[in-house]
Design a protein around this ligand. Sequence first.
Ligand SMILES: [Zn+2]
Length: 291
Amino acid sequence: MRPSGTTASTLETAASPLRSTLWHEPPMLRPHAPSLMNWLRITVDRQLCAALAGREAALGWSNAPSLANRHLSNAQFAIALRTRLHTSLPQCRGQCQHRRHDGSICGADLDVFGFHARCCAFGGWLVRRHDAACAVLGDWCQDLGCQLEVGQKPYGEVLVPWAAPARPEARMDLVIRVPGVASPFYVDLTVASALSVEALRGGSAVRDGAAAGIAARGKIRDYPNCNVTPFVVEDHRRLGEDALRLIRLIAPTDLAERSRAIRRLHQSLGATLQRCAADAVIAATTARPSG
Ligand SMILES: [Zn+2]
């Protein structure tokens, strides 16, 4: 289900930098994360950003060149790279320029790390990010032979009135029929932040995947009458357990093809999330004439 204003408020972030969640280092490197981060902050300066910008969406740190949906513009890449390294965004000053429905600006103070700009409930940026991720997942499933039930849009929001007794308007982002599996998968996709207040309370600073787990349990509670598959992706691309199970089920069984397919989805999802988050920052920091 699309992010609502309430959901957006849960994405408000804490101020303290959490290197273990921003940097998904192997456990043996974790004690060295602070020194690694300091080294990278010194090394990754504007020249390096510029040199890398516009190439591939290397924000997954493993992407190979090619598909258009993995491309980031120079501006998007510079923002995404700085975000990934938890380095301040020089353009994040003053008030948020995202527009409300009535045309007025949000006006909240921007923080230098772009937390508010990425999580602001106004301007429709959270919905764009969510819908873009749904489209990536839907395309991937169809490429691998699955059928999608079509809702109001190409990828989604299929009405499932029996899913929640109190919510006959309940909708699923994707209803996926996997070859050889009798029942369809009712997939609700959500993008979770490991830095949200709720995630931090749940241990996301010390436990990998905690944010995704919290979001997944919330989705299951939301739809008591439906065997929902929460497809949770943390905003730095880590996937939740239910999402991983679904991906492993759909991916080809041939080992080489399987590896390529799973890697392709990881890369496309990662690039899409980084691109949408960067666009939200650009919009929040670009003053435009009203009307
Ligand atoms: Zn705002």
